[in-house]
Design a protein around this ligand. Structure first.
Ligand SMILES: OC[C@H]1O[C@H](O[C@H]2O[C@H](CO)[C@@H](O)[C@H](O)[C@H]2O)[C@H](O)[C@@H](O)[C@@H]1O
Length: 398
């Protein structure tokens, strides 16, 4: 049979996908076609929602973001019975994130938690250390950028990240706010916490970056634009997910062997840093006419074999506990064992408490932050308006 799978294509996704599915295709005689989607998770979500609402039979499987389960649960096949035993080998919290009212909506493929990437050569050259706070990062990025530019390195920027008005900015800004001690936008019990002085201070500091330590264009950057600047050697620091680790150490990378990774900084005198929990899963469309084969493929993609290939070729964090002890993975992508505790402590976005309204909540949050970063209102004004908007939304029931 011919099976179709829709997925965003970030980094080396197309090539690694072919390598991952090859053993399943050989064993079953089926053929998988990757339907390439835009890199932005927000754009994917919009398209998938339309397709699913129209009962699209052309797509058998969807690669789904960790935050989508409550919003798309009704459109996918329940995988609880078929995947029961396989799920025992995965981290329970990740399986839980894909379970909605007892229905296993999608099987985990990889988890995600961002890192602060830093240039070891540039920090050493300028006598700087790896920053532990956002305030230190701001100062070090500016110092190295100024010194390098004075020596003719005109294209160098201090810090690249994801400032486009999309889900990625929600992830970045949640990290600033949480690491300043300003809560997580909406708390697990549903309380709206975003309008507070620590959150305001966090967003104000970030608003000082575009045009100083970050290019103005950062306001349009997603993951790949940030990686593009970083991997050509033009940034001192980058906030990005672990997939950028393997690519940064690739043969064609200008920063191969010249960078390290650490946890994101803290800020505002707070001493606990925050990484947003990301990750991707595989779901079978209830409109697929090839569900049996699609389920077989989903099971294979979530298996130890496929997760290992994904880790080796794409430096993606497995969701299977035992793979964190795998020597081959540790040698090929040391960030993986190093990142186990980071993702286990990562902060979830408020998709569980806001259920079907999460996308709207997130879009209101990233818009308030994007406005502030663009100089359209202060953080205090925009977070106050955001609180009013979220309160209205909550009043209508989420
Ligand atoms: O790790 C690489 C992945 O980066 C993106 O996903 C991550 O960022 C999203 C926000 O932009 C977030 O919602 C998701 O949970 C994270 O895993 C990208 O969308 C993926 O295609 C990519 O593989």
């Amino acid at each position: 049979e011919y099976i179709t799978l829709a997925s965003g294509i970030t980094g080396s996704r197309v090539e690694t996908f072919k390598a991952i599915v090859a053993p399943w295709e050989k064993a079953t005689g089926n053929t998988v076609t990757l339907v390439p989607m835009p890199a932005s998770t927000t754009d994917q979500f919009g398209q998938y929602r339309l397709w699913l609402a129209a009962g699209n039979k052309d797509i058998d499987l969807y690669q789904t973001d960790v935050i989508w389960a409550p919003q798309l649960a009704d459109q996918f096949v329940d995988l609880a019975d078929v995947a029961g035993e396989l799920m025992d080998s995965h981290f329970p919290s990740i399986v839980e994130s894909q379970t909605v009212n007892g229905k296993l909506v999608a099987l985990p493929l990889y988890t995600d938690a961002p890192a602060l990437y830093y240039r070891t050569d540039l920090l050493e050259k300028h006598g700087a250390t790896v920053p532990e706070t956002w305030e230190e990062l701001t100062a070090t990025a500016q110092m190295v950028q100024d010194a390098e530019r004075a020596q003719g390195n005109a294209d160098l920027w201090g810090f690249v990240w994801q400032g486009n008005a999309y889900e990625g900015l929600t992830c970045n800004a949640l990290e600033w706010v949480k690491s300043f001690g300003g809560g997580q936008i909406i708390e697990p019990n549903g309380d709206i916490s975003i309008n507070n002085p620590k959150a305001v201070a966090a967003v104000e500091l970030a608003a000082s970056w575009p045009g100083t330590i970050s290019p103005e264009g950062v306001l349009a950057y997603k993951e790949e634009e940030a990686r593009g600047v970083w991997q050509t050697g033009n940034a001192v620091f980058m906030r990005n997910w672990p997939y950028a680790y393997g690519l940064g150490n690739g043969e064609d990378s200008a920063v191969k062997g010249k960078f390290g990774v650490t946890t994101l900084p803290t800020g505002g005198g707070h001493d606990v840093s925050a990484a947003t929990l990301g990750g991707w899963n595989i779901a079978v469309s209830k409109y697929s006419e090839k569900q049996e084969t699609a389920i077989s493929l989903a099971m294979y993609l979530a298996s130890p074999e496929a997760q290992k290939t994904r880790a080796l070729l794409g430096s993606r964090l497995p969701t299977i506990v035992s793979l964190y002890e795998d020597a081959e993975i540790a040698a090929a992508a040391p960030i993986i064992p190093q990142w186990k505790d980071v993702f286990l402590q990562a902060v979830p976005r408020p998709s569980a408490p806001t259920k079907g309204d999460y996308n709207e909540v997130s879009s209101k949050f990233w818009s308030a932050v994007h406005n502030t970063l663009s100089g359209d209102g202060t953080a205090a004004e925009n977070l106050e308006l955001l609180e009013l908007d979220l309160t209205d939304l909550k009043g209508a029931g989420w």
